[in-house]
Design a protein around this ligand. Structure first.
Ligand code: ATP
Ligand code: MG
Length: 353
């Protein structure tokens, strides 16, 4: 029987509430599946840790994390006491970069029982695969002159390796889905990087003759996300385009508290990190009313990644059953607690087996 070694970093604020909730659901999933088990090891690395020790994580923190298969993280951030750049660079970005988590995946789906801000949407179920390490977010550039003559240049960096890695990941994902990949491009306006992106996309797609493809300019694609998100299955995108599209994806689902995400080390050489889209939400921390669905759905992504799609899908069905029954936290206009939503999801999983 497989035993998965997972590092837990609950972090700050509501991270400390939603991670234990999601762990309960993951434990229930293992029990129902019967074919694997978990070994969770918790680390207190966070802004609270920083206030005591002057660092977000110990010097050998990365070495420690390397011993685990994957990382399950809540949220870090305590903006009132620790500047965001300290918490971000001292932990999140450090882990993402050191472990070459070069692909960021974020699904968006119209859940049963949840109201989308879209008027009368058809059911949609899409996943954005975003290049997570290069592209438009490079540190190359600079400025010359001052005053009215000032000129600022920001270079985009698209490597063959990074571009192909993200695009190929999207095609692999599409194989087990509805077999359609959309490329987010802008080669009509960006004359070097995007034609290169298109060229790599067209090369990679020849390896996947069973998968249908479309190439759409990012401006039109953003509009389609609002008007017809049901058209999409997997979307592959550069770093900036994916950043914008995934916020839009979260928005059309209905709440930031439910949006899941994963930072993937594609080669499997280092751990991947599963963390929901939302932050530490200091405004509601400690009240027991944080929505645990984003973290629980992120747990489903961990299960999918480990090859346990069946029980992963069971979690999502149980989430939808719970929402449909009106058991919702205040961010979804309900009055249930984190605990009540979590227990209902576990009960609904058990009901379905
Ligand atoms: P960070 O800098 O860590 O991303 P942030 O303040 O920018 O933090 P969030 O922490 O995600 O962003 O909070 C944004 C808003 O969404 C807050 O009002 C917060 O209460 C709400 N929110 C975020 N996550 C949840 C959740 N899981 N349940 C309920 N409300 C949430
Ligand atoms: Mg923020």
């Amino acid at each position: 029987m497989n035993k998965y070694e997972i590092a837990l970093i609950p972090g700050d604020g509501i991270g400390k509430e939603v991670v234990p909730a999601a762990v309960k659901v993951l434990e229930a999933a293992a029990e129902i599946d019967g074919g694997f088990s978990w070994s969770f090891t918790e680390f207190p690395w966070s802004c609270e840790y920083y206030l005591k020790h002057g660092v977000m994580m110990p010097e050998d923190g990365l070495e420690t994390l390397k011993n685990f298969q994957h990382i399950f993280l809540g949220a870090v951030g305590m903006p009132s006491l620790v500047p965001d750049h300290v918490s971000l660079w001292g932990l999140l970005i450090k882990i993402r970069r050191s472990f070459e988590q070069a692909v960021n995946i974020r699904p968006a789906k119209l859940l049963r029982g949840l109201e989308s801000p879209l008027r009368d949407p058809k059911p949609f179920d899409l996943i954005v695969v975003r290049e997570n390490s290069e592209g438009e977010y490079s540190e190359i550039g600079g400025s010359i002159h001052k005053g009215m003559d000032e000129v600022v240049i920001q270079n985009n960096v698209f490597t063959r390796k990074g571009t192909e890695r993200a695009i190929r990941y999207g095609f692999e994902l599409a194989k087990s889905r509805r077999k359609h990949v959309t490329s987010a491009t802008k080669s009509n306006g960006i004359v070097y990087s995007m034609p290169f992106w298109d060229r790599v996309f067209n090369e990679v797609k020849t390896d996947y003759p069973d998968i249908e493809t479309t190439s759409t300019h990012i401006d039109a694609l953003a509009a389609y996300f609002v008007m017809k998100p049901h058209l999409f299955d997997v979307i592959v995108s550069s770093n900036l385009f994916g950043d914008i599209l995934t916020d839009l994806g979260g928005a059309i689902m209905g709440s930031i508290g439910i949006a899941p995400a994963a930072n993937i080390n594609v080669e499997g050489k280092y751990p991947s990190m599963f963390e929901p889209v939302h932050g530490s939400a200091p405004d509601i921390a400690g009240k027991g009313i944080a929505n645990p669905i984003g973290q629980i759905w992120t747990g489903k992504m961990l299960l999918d990644h480990l090859g346990h799609q069946e029980v992963g899908n069971l979690i999502l069905e149980a989430i939808e059953d719970t929402l449909e029954a009106g058991i919702k936290t205040p961010d979804l206009k309900g009055n249930a607690t984190t605990e009540e939503v979590t227990s209902a999801i576990i009960a609904n999983m058990k009901k379905r087996v």
